[in-house]
Unconditional design. Structure first.
Length: 280
């Protein structure tokens, strides 16, 4: 005999109901995944838009606004004064700022020795200024008056700025300079004298604190000699062009000896390898 199985109507209905429930649950999961995917996409879009907005506000917009200028290395020139000198550039944004033109404008200032200008995105301008350091002082005629001007180690003349020049900066008289133009230098034959003064100024001993004036005395055939006037004495000391530490030490020793001789000495001559003096 063979076994024959029968499925009742009730069992068939229950099985069909079970499959319908499985199908409905699967559709619900698919719908939920779609919603989650849509939410993720919207979230990513919002994040991208937020990042783009931050980039625009932090980098793009500042680069089209007026640049922010930072000045360093300046002591006599204020940052506001340097900014005013750059006004003729008429730059309205960071992109319009010409680094080479700015450096050329500032370098043309007689009191500035060197300048570097750098642009940093999005809106920063960094200016580093190296001002001229005076090693001597002289006087020229300006607008009908005798005005003091400073001389740096390269012989460049530039106006006195800020506080008065200290006593350790020697005064040089007799230089054939009648006026001062922008970036003007003293005649080339006097530049070795400025170089000697610069080297003496770098020594730890402050020799020029005891010298009130260095007089340039012209000679025939374009040469010159020097006359030093000590600050603590009215005695004029004649010497040659070799101005160095040994010469100054020798001068001080001679002055000490002369001062012990009496107050009638008006001039001491240290030229030609000998010592002589003149009295009233």
């Amino acid at each position: 005999m063979s076994d024959v199985g029968f499925i009742s109507k009730e069992d068939y209905v229950e099985e069909e109901f079970f499959f319908d429930n499985v199908k409905s649950a699967s559709d619900a999961d698919v719908e939920a995944e779609k919603k989650v995917r849509i939410i993720k996409v919207v979230f990513c879009i919002l994040c991208v838009l937020l990042i783009c907005e931050l980039v625009v506000y932090k980098y793009i917009m500042p680069s089209f606004a007026s640049p922010r200028v930072t000045v360093s290395g300046n002591s006599l020139y204020s940052a506001e004064e340097i900014a005013r000198k750059l006004l003729p550039m008429n730059c309205s944004s960071w992109f319009d700022f010409d680094v080479d033109q700015a450096a050329a404008i500032l370098s043309s200032e007689s009191g500035i020795n060197n300048v570097s200008v750098e642009k940093h995105f999005p809106d920063k301008i960094f200016i580093n200024v190296q001002e001229r350091v005076p090693v001597a002082l002289t006087f020229v005629m300006q607008e009908g008056a005798c005005s003091p001007v400073q001389i740096d180690k390269n012989g460049v003349l530039f106006p006195v700025r800020g506080k008065a020049v200290g006593s350790e900066i020697p005064i040089i008289s007799g230089l054939p300079v009648e006026y001062m133009a922008q970036g003007m230098r003293i005649p080339s034959k006097f530049r070795p004298l400025i170089d000697q003064i610069s080297k003496i100024s770098e020594l730890p001993q402050r020799y020029f604190a005891g010298i009130s004036e260095i007089c340039v005395i012209p000679k025939e055939y374009g040469n010159y000699e020097l006359a030093l006037i000590p600050s603590q004495s009215k005695i004029k000391v004649l010497t040659d062009r070799a101005l160095n530490e040994d010469a100054l030490k020798y001068m001080m020793v001679v002055l000490d000896i002369v001062n012990q001789l009496g107050s009638d000495v008006t001039e001491v001559d240290l030229r030609y390898g000998s010592v002589s003096y003149r009295t009233r």
